[in-house]
Design a protein around this ligand. Structure first.
Ligand code: HEC
Length: 254
């Protein structure tokens, strides 16, 4: 009995130590928070924000980041029709092949293609930017704080604090360790939104975050609906079984 008690206490202490360590490795500062349309079990994506976010991604982020797991054809889920999706895909060059002579060749993108990385490989990306810009398909789910981290990161630059840093390094309040190889990206009116929304820095950061949440979990809405459906099903079954139980035991009780 005593052994069990000692083991339990030791286990709890170890778990405690591990969780604190885990937290220390994450961002040390409190992230900026926004209330997102997709928060909570009834939350869903905001289609207009996703489209604006995709515009920011296309015009700004795609110069350095690929979206390996996102095929253009899925952009119909953003509200684009098939013609528009073809037009978006065509703006990219995809390396294909080998052809009948064994050579690789470039062709315009097709809806079935994924958003290509702008670099041939990680080494080339790292040589150009000091550190390789990661693929962003799943980043919104891969970082502690998820959407709030992305949003904070994009808004977290401080030029004054970064003045003494070697070239190619920038100071960011929310990046773990504060020194990041990604230059600040967003400036007021950097994009001209097709829907006429004013392109403030916060607006662009929020929209591209919404887009990257969708790329990381395109089926979030279905998942939530399934969860709600399952909960209703369980509630209904509980009531039915309760009613059956009362009937079955009614005679016994008498
Ligand atoms: C000029 C190239 C460039 C552009 C354009 C760019 N990035 Fe980056 N990005 C980088 C580099 C380089 C890194 C790696 C930084 C590091 O690890 O120090 C990075 C890293 C990131 C990370 C990962 C941070 C982490 O926690 O590891 C995110 C998220 C990100 N970028 C988002 C964006 C978004 C969103 C945009 C568009 C608004 C964008 N980037 C545009 C170069 C770029």
């Amino acid at each position: 009995m005593r052994n069990v008690l000692v083991a339990t206490i030791a286990g709890a202490a170890l778990l405690g130590a591990m969780t604190t360590e885990g937290r220390a490795a994450g961002p040390a500062v409190e992230l900026l928070h926004r209330s997102w349309s997709f928060d909570g079990i009834f939350g869903s994506y905001d289609d207009a924000a996703k489209q604006r976010g995709m515009q920011v991604y296309m015009q700004v982020c795609s110069a350095c980041h690929g979206l390996e797991y996102v095929a253009f054809r899925t952009f119909t889920e953003l509200g684009y029709d098939e013609g528009e999706v073809e037009a978006i895909a065509e703006q990219f060059f995809i390396t294909d092949g080998p052809d009948e002579f064994g050579d690789m060749f470039e062709r315009p993108g097709l809806p079935k293609d994924s958003w290509p990385s702008p670099f041939r490989n990680e080494a080339e990306a790292a040589m150009i930017h000091g550190k390789a810009p990661p693929d962003l398909s799943l980043i919104a789910k891969a970082r502690p704080g998820g959407p709030n981290y992305l949003y904070s990161l994009l808004l977290g630059y401080d030029e004054e604090q970064g003045l003494d840093l070697p070239p190619g390094n920038y100071w960011n309040e929310y990046y773990p360790g504060h020194i990041i190889a990604m230059p600040p990206q967003l400036y007021p009116d950097l994009v001209v939104y097709e829907d006429g929304t004013e392109a403030t820095v916060e607006q662009m950061a929020a929209d591209v975050t919404q887009f990257l949440m969708w790329t990381a979990e395109p089926k979030m809405e279905e998942r939530k609906q399934l969860g709600i459906g399952f909960m209703l099903f369980c509630a209904a079954m509980t009531l039915i079984f309760y009613a059956i139980m009362r009937r079955v035991w009614a005679d016994v009780k008498k």
